[in-house]
Each structure stands twice: as structure tokens, then as C-alpha cells.
Design a binder for this molecule. Structure first.
Ligand SMILES: C[S@@+](CC[C@H](N)C(=O)[O-])C[C@H]1O[C@@H](n2cnc3c(N)ncnc32)[C@H](O)[C@@H]1O
Length: 359
């Protein structure tokens, strides 16, 4: 009995040391993305295991980086191996370690369309490095202002709007995450079938709408609805009309409405305003199809639960202290409160759930 207690205390002390040092994990991930290590290992799909010294010779470093240190790179690679980003190959006779990419590491490789999860990693860490994270406790003490605003004096989106480099990173982060997600839901969800006029609320540059219309060429019209300054910069897309406006005031009419990653960043009262405007823009039987992260009821230690709970803290810290990841039941109740009698949830992608509200 005593042994068990000693062992569990030992494990507990180890667990708190791991938690205390966890900042090494995202910051090391940030480092390997900045150095473009995944592209260096990938080498057009060969994914041949490379030592840290070999990786350094393949990085697009400036000549002044001749002093780059393979030992320090290896320390980072080893640590991220234990988090499943790299696979380590240990040569028993030479003790040399070499690294290839796991499936997790491959998400950071730039694909033929220039997309990957690398900009998402950078954008999330850039926000973190702007001084908001040390102020998370302030979101508890005073949720009226986000930690990001407390640290920087303005909202994250206002800051992105004024900073072209950050705006570009944010757009690339969105595309890198949206495109694989849209491919997954278009393969497993048929709710767009038969829709003739589809409105994407907060559609940004129109990437999601473009993919939906490609899959359903029968849809006659796509309306990409976003803030006037956002649609002003959106590229022309065949079959898509860009419409500028404010979703809190009114939403263009359509026989279905799509939105992705919108409700999460707003408070319950704000969500009700957006959803009521959607309800008013739909005919009887029309669907509002929202794709949002949906929290499980149980706070278990699965990767999915952790990713969703961690993303929730990101929203609280960077975007909106009272915006949040919600449970399926919370979404259902929001829909009911603005008049949607029917609700279904489709778990196709592990992070974003498709939430179908029908009038
Ligand atoms: C998190 S982004 C999601 C973009 C896109 N749906 C996606 O998933 O890639 C939120 C979008 O909502 C837009 N937005 C914010 N406030 C808005 C408003 N009042 N009316 C219309 N769109 C708005 C933003 O400009 C931005 O494009």
C-alpha cells in the first residue's frame, strides 16, 4: 500500500514537471517550422531519415548560418519525436540518430498548392508571443477585455488588418486548415445536395464556397458574405458573388447558409443575433450549416478532447474572452432560442463538427 502511494506521488511529481515544461513543446514546434525542417526531410516525398547535420545542410539558411549547431537541432528533434512529430532511427553501432516525418510531421510539409499546417502553427504562436498568454488569469478576473487586447491595446483582427505580414499569415493559416477540412466534409456530408443559392457567412476569401460549388456544380449561385474590407480583397471566383455587409445587421437570402469558424468567436448573445439573421434569410425548411469545434461533455485525456479544450483557451485569450468552444447541447439550445426546430450534428472531421439547423 505504501509502495503504491510512493509510486503515485512519484508519478504526480513527474507529471507536474512535464506540465511546467510543456512550453518547450509548442516553442520547439515553432522553431522547426521556422527553420523549415519538415520540407527539408520530405524532399519530394522520399522522407529518408536524416541526421541533424544532414538536415542543416538542406535548410534554406543564409550563409551567415554556417555556425548552425546540429546538437541543438537534435535536442529539439528528440523532444518532438516523443510527441509524435518525427520518427527517430537509432544506429546501434554508431549511435547516430536520424529523423523522418511521421503522419503528424507530414501535416507541416508544403503541398503542391503551397498549403500546410505550418502557417497555423506560426500564427498561433505569433499571437502567443505578443504578450497575451501571461495574462490569461486576467480573462478570469475581468472577461470584458481579452488578454490580447490588454497586452496590445487592440483586438487581434484589428491588429491583423493593420499588419499586412500578420494578415497574410492568418489567411494562409486559414487556408492550410480549411482546405483539408472541406475535402473531408465534402466526402462525408451531403447536406449541400440540391441547394441552388448558397450563402457563406464570414466566408473570407471564398475558399470554402469555391470548394462546395466545385463539388456541386448544380448550385446556381454562391454568395460570399463578409465585411466590406474583406470582400474588397477577395479574388474573383466563377459562380460566386462577393457581398460586403455586417452579419449582425442582416444576411443575404439563400436557400441554405453555410458558415465555418464564426460562432465560436462570439458570445451567446452575439451568436443569437447572427443565427436569428440567418433564420430570417432562409425559406421554410432551409438549412443553416455551421462548422465549429464542438466540446465533448467529458473532460477526458484523449487527443481530441485536449485539442478542443486547448483551442478554447486560445479563443479566450486571443479572440474573445466570452467567445468559446461549445458543446453540442449548447449549440442546439442556441438554435432553438432563435426558432430552429430541427438540429443534427455530423462528426466527420475530429476538430470541426458539422451542425445542421433546419427551419
Ligand atoms: C475566423 S474567420 C473564418 C473565415 C472562414 N469562414 C474560414 O473558416 O476560413 C471569421 C470571418 O468572419 C468575418 N466577420 C467578422 N465580423 C463580421 C461581420 N460583422 N459580418 C460579416 N463577417 C464578419 C471575418 O472578416 C472573417 O473572415
Amino acid at each position: 500500500m505504501e509502495d503504491e502511494t510512493t509510486e503515485s506521488r512519484n508519478k504526480a511529481r513527474l507529471a507536474i514537471v512535464e506540465l511546467a515544461n510543456m512550453i518547450s513543446v509548442p516553442m520547439s514546434l515553432n522553431a522547426i517550422v521556422r527553420l523549415k525542417v519538415p520540407d527539408a526531410i520530405w524532399q519530394n516525398g522520399s522522407n529518408t531519415p536524416l541526421s541533424a547535420s544532414q538536415i542543416l545542410t538542406r535548410l534554406p539558411l543564409s550563409p551567415s548560418s554556417a555556425s548552425a549547431d546540429p546538437d541543438n537541432l537534435q535536442r529539439i528533434l528528440r523532444m518532438l519525436t516523443s510527441y509524435g512529430v518525427f520518427a527517430e532511427h537509432l544506429n546501434a553501432s554508431t549511435s547516430e540518430r536520424s529523423y523522418s516525418l511521421t503522419d503528424v510531421g507530414k501535416t507541416l510539409v508544403t503541398d503542391g498548392d503551397g498549403l500546410s499546417y505550418a502557417p497555423y502553427v506560426l500564427q498561433h504562436h505569433q499571437d502567443a508571443l505578443m504578450g497575451a498568454w501571461p495574462l490569461i488569469h486576467e480573462a478570469v478576473l475581468d472577461p470584458s477585455t481579452e488578454p490580447f487586447v490588454k497586452a496590445n491595446g487592440e483586438r487581434a483582427y484589428d491588429y491583423y488588418g493593420k499588419n499586412p505580414e500578420m494578415n497574410d499569415l492568418m489567411q494562409r493559416a486559414m487556408s492550410g486548415v480549411s482546405v483539408p477540412f472541406m475535402k473531408a466534409i465534402l466526402g462525408g456530408y451531403d447536406g449541400f445536395e440540391g441547394v441552388e443559392r448558397l450563402v457563406d457567412v464570414g466566408g473570407s476569401a471564398g475558399d470554402c464556397l469555391r470548394m462546395i460549388l466545385q463539388k456541386y456544380p448544380g448550385a446556381r449561385e454562391g454568395i460570399n458574405f463578409d465585411l466590406p474590407e474583406v470582400v474588397a480583397k477577395a479574388p474573383a471566383i466563377p459562380g460566386v458573388t462577393h457581398v460586403g455587409g455586417d452579419m449582425f445587421k442582416s444576411i443575404p437570402k439563400g436557400d441554405a447558409i453555410f458558415m465555418k469558424w464564426i460562432l465560436t468567436t462570439w458570445t451567446d448573445e452575439e451568436c443569437k443575433l447572427i443565427m436569428k439573421n440567418c433564420f430570417d434569410a432562409l425559406p421554410a425548411g432551409g438549412k443553416m450549416i455551421a462548422c465549429e469545434p464542438v466540446l465533448p461533455e467529458q473532460s477526458d485525456d484523449s487527443h481530441r478532447t485536449r485539442a478542443l479544450l486547448e483551442g478554447d483557451i486560445f479563443v479566450m485569450t486571443i479572440y474573445r474572452a466570452k467567445g468559446k468552444h461549445r458543446t453540442e447541447e449548447e449549440f442546439r439550445q442556441l438554435g432553438l432560442s432563435v426558432g430552429f426546430p430541427h438540429f443534427r450534428a455530423f462528426y466527420i472531421d475530429y476538430f470541426y463538427t458539422v451542425l445542421e439547423f433546419q427551419k
